[in-house]
Design a protein around this ligand. Sequence first.
Ligand SMILES: [Zn+2]
Length: 86
Amino acid sequence: MVCYLCEKEPPASYFGYLCVKCRRVKHLLNLYEDDVYETLEKVLVRSQPQQEHKIKTIDAEKIKITVEDEKNEYYLRRNKNKKDKE
Ligand SMILES: [Zn+2]
């Protein structure tokens, strides 16, 4: 048997339906009610424009890293060649 909410973990107790993590989520829901849903939607769920912005940012970072890696490789090779000549 698995947890009724996440459907991955075993239940926390033999007669229970929820795993430890999901029991915590239920506890937080009881404490904070609709604030939990609003927080999840605002923080974790991204709108389409937000998703596109994130993808562009990640792509730009990948390009920057690639360029920097190539520069570093160039400098490493250049320095190695200098040392080899000396
Ligand atoms: Zn669970």
